[in-house]
Ligand binder design. Sequence first.
Ligand SMILES: Nc1ncnc2c1ncn2[C@@H]1O[C@H](COP(=O)(O)OP(=O)(O)OP(=O)(O)O)[C@@H](O)[C@H]1O
Ligand SMILES: [Mg+2]
Length: 420
Amino acid sequence: MFLSHLSLTHFRNYRHLELDFARRLTLLQGPNAQGKTNLLEALYFLATSKPVHAQTEREVVDWQATQEPIPYSRLTAMVQGHAAGQGRALELEILLTPRGDGLNYTKQVRINGVNKRSLDLIGLLRAVLFLPEDVKLVDGSPGERRRYLDIALCQIDPVYCRTLAAYQKVLAQRNSLLKQLREEGARPGVPATEAQLGFWDEQLVQHGSVVVARRHNFLSEIAPVAQARDAELSGGQETLAVEFLPSFNYGPWRDVEYELWQEGQLLGDLRWPWGETVSAEEVAPHFGARLEERRARELAAGATLYGPHRDDMRFLSNGRDLRSFGSRGQQRSAALSLKLAEVQVMTAGDGVAPLLLLDDVMSELDAQRRSTLLKTLEGVSQAVITTTDWEDFAPEFRREAQCLHVCAGTIAPAGDAALV
Ligand SMILES: Nc1ncnc2c1ncn2[C@@H]1O[C@H](COP(=O)(O)OP(=O)(O)OP(=O)(O)O)[C@@H](O)[C@H]1O
Ligand SMILES: [Mg+2]
């Protein structure tokens, strides 16, 4: 897959941008606050149909545009060589226009000029994005890690994406029922209560088990690759383990053992308890049984306590949890290794290599890690990389790359500035 062109109108600080991508590597240099991150955000928005930082779509519309009679924001990308394009180029487009309320924006998605749903866009411009704040993957909340899994999986697996959406709908319904039952003082075992919950349990288990199994299989595929990347980055100093922590036990362990392992109390003694792959059919009976066993608890909480919305994952280096014991650089390397591994796993899946987007990646990396990263980039099919300093990249690397300079939302070829 190759991204050949990006066009932006009123997207953040880009009034109007037409940018051709001519080479495998694009290096975008500029001082702080000129639009480096904004450019990667635009590409990732087109890949995932969700803005990265912004809470609302309104935030990404250029402030100046809001003074115009009809403010809008438009992003388009030309993508070559994607399987879905059957040899033709795909034109992907997102258009944001204001709603009547003057506060929110409507998002319209078009593919080759035809209106489509947001879901149809995901996976066409495949991208893996690494931002400085991605250390949050390691030391942030479980929600960050689930978001990571969802975005990664949705791009490569449309079934996952649809099932996740279905799961979330069922979860919301089941939660409101549990809340209502709590207010009514309902008790477990009462036939009426069981009948009401039973209906939602079945659907929760059906969709939830698919989500859990696919997360499990994705992590067991990506973990050894991330370990290899991290070993290279650290010059063999670190052994990274990435572990999936599902919210209920579906392995051969006793529940008490699983809970201790989940809490990190059995690290080193008991390894990853399950086989490499698991099917939704294997997960489902455990999920169903857990819901039945914990009826009283869920009724008291008025919420669903088990399922993929409570999954987590953990990063260990040399057997120690990086969340509590990792240095900032170690955490950053672990997150970066995971993203680099994702590029490899995505490509291996169906041969469609994603676009790698690296924001300010060199900062906080030591010399060993920097030079290994540059070597790793030799094998990547397309990357867009931002930096404040040309010197962060070796002269040979700069000669090979398309070097661009960004200043206040305007991008121009860097010329000799990049080569001296
Ligand atoms: N909706 C918007 N409309 C106009 N400008 C915006 C909008 N949102 C953000 N900006 C501006 O875009 C500018 C550039 O932001 P960006 O994060 O891309 O900088 P950067 O080049 O990555 O800088 P740094 O090196 O500090 O990371 C910021 O100064 C910000 O004020
Ligand atoms: Mg930035």
